[in-house]
Structures are given as structure tokens and as C-alpha cells.
Design a protein around this ligand. Sequence first.
Ligand code: ADP
Ligand code: MG
Length: 300
Amino acid sequence: ATPTAVMVATGKGASLGVLIKGGNALQKAHKVKTVVFDKTGTLTVGKPAVVSFELFSTVSEEDFCDMTVAAEVNSEHPIAKAVVEHARMLRLKHGSQNDQFTEVKDFKVHPGAGVGGKIGERAILVGNRRLMQMSNVPIVSEVDTYVSENEHLARTCVLVAIEGIITGAFAVTDPVKPEAALVVSYLRSMNISSVMVTGDNWATATAIGSQVGIKKVFAETDPLGKADKIKELQLQGASVAMVGDGINDSPALVAADVGMAIGAGTDVAIEAADVVLMKSNLEDVVTAIDLSRKTMSRIR
Ligand code: ADP
Ligand code: MG
């Protein structure tokens, strides 16, 4: 494209809230055949909330909540924030007056899995099924049933193990964005296929996929795994766009032909991307591709 055409198109994009960083991205976007979406914070609103809670042993609810908060309050993960909020509320319900929580020692973050530490003499682990498996914590059938039921409802489960025994669990829901399904079907009408990659578990990911109309789902992928998926799709001959919001999406945003960051996402993702969707609205994935198609057809 001529420099003038690029300038006009990037200016048009900016006025629509689609920030295109330079002519290269603009020239590549019209060829996109596959759009890969991250799940949490990209297809979903990214504001998880606890919708169910269960205790599996005779531990007091107050003691359980106290320990859970002590561990999760140290985590930056949005799921941790939802769990802390709910456990605090449960404590208040028990008439607990103070908001002083026990301190956790040896706090550890297990990326894409959860957190752990020690409270007094007791070890605590808070996270997903994979975290429990890695730590040799048995998942008894009662827990397994709770987790499966909730995952099929598109919820993510947070398990809490105290001294190696799963004592309780929370189920967290993060609704899909209202425009997500429409965007996926609109892309299909443009002959562009949609794919999902996520660090979350398979059951939840598949359930969210069916809510938005995405059949091709890759779950339990770490940040480099997400980038590998992009490269795999490129090897199959497709020009690939990646849409993401998290630090864990940045390798994939760089690997993609066109990386698109959600404006409300992390700075790291915004840095790594070629296009920033300032309104955080998925319709602007189409806006960006459209703008590129129009610019390129005017030139040829
Ligand atoms: P995503 O790709 O969906 O953004 P992440 O890689 O951040 O997901 O995390 C993957 C999964 O790890 C989460 O869905 C959750 O089950 C678990 N997890 C990570 N951190 C925590 C935490 N602090 N508390 C509970 N669960 C966690
Ligand atoms: Mg995300």
C-alpha cells in the first residue's frame, strides 16, 4: 500500500478505536484465514465470580474460609480475587468481626495452576485439578463429581487442600462477552475460522466454546504452548491472527501474523500486539480485518 493509503486507514482505525501500529499489520490483516482467541478476558468478560461453594469434610466453614483467604489474598489472579471476596463474605455471615487474616508462610505461585503455602503448621494448596495431581493430592469421587458437574456448566473449579486433603471447593463463572457469538459467526461468513486457546481445563473450555460457536478448542496450554499452536496453524498454511489480553498471551501475540490485544488487557499484551482494540469489543476484530481488506483492494 502507498504511505498515504496506510495513513488514511490507520487514521480511520484510530477514530474507530482500533489502534494499528504501522503499515505492516495493516497489510497482513486482509489475508487472515484463522483467528485464535484466548478465553479468559478475551471471549469472556474477565470478571469471574463465585457461584457455588462446598465443604467436603467436617472442618468449620470459618476456619476453612480464613485459611483460603490467607493463601489467595497474595495472588494477582482474577479467580483468586473472586475467591477472596466470597470467602470474606462467608466469614462475615458467621459474625466474624475482624478482617485480620492469618499470615501465610512459604507462599508459592504455581503458574496456570494455583498457589500454595503454610499457615501455622498446616500446608495449604488452592488451585485446579492439575495442581492437586502434581502435588499427589487424591481427588475422591465426591470431589470429582462436584468438579465435573460444574465444569460442564462452563464454570472453573478452585479446590482447597489442607494437609493434603481436599477440604472444600468453589465454582467460579465468568460470562462470555455479549458480542462473542455474533463475531464468530460473522467471521465464518467472511470465510475465517475461529479457534480457542486457554490455560483453563478442557471441560470448561469446551463448554465456553459451544456458547460462542467455537468447535476447535485447545485447553491446558501454557504461554509457550499458545505460541506453538499459532505456529502449527501457520504451518498448515493459514495466515493467523491472535486475540488476547494477558501476559500469558504475549508469546502467541508475537508469533501470530497479526497480534490483537484487548485494550482493557495487561500492558505486556498491548506491547506485544500489532493492533490494540481500544474498546475491548470483539466486533473490532472484524473492523480491523475489514479496514485492511478495503485498503488493500483499493491499491490493487
Ligand atoms: P487463562 O489462559 O484462562 O488466562 P491461566 O493460565 O491464568 O488461565 O490459569 C489457568 C488456570 O489455573 C485457571 O483457570 C485456574 O484454574 C488456575 N489458577 C491459576 N491461578 C490460580 C489461583 N490463584 N487460584 C486458583 N486457581 C488458579
Ligand atoms: Mg486471558
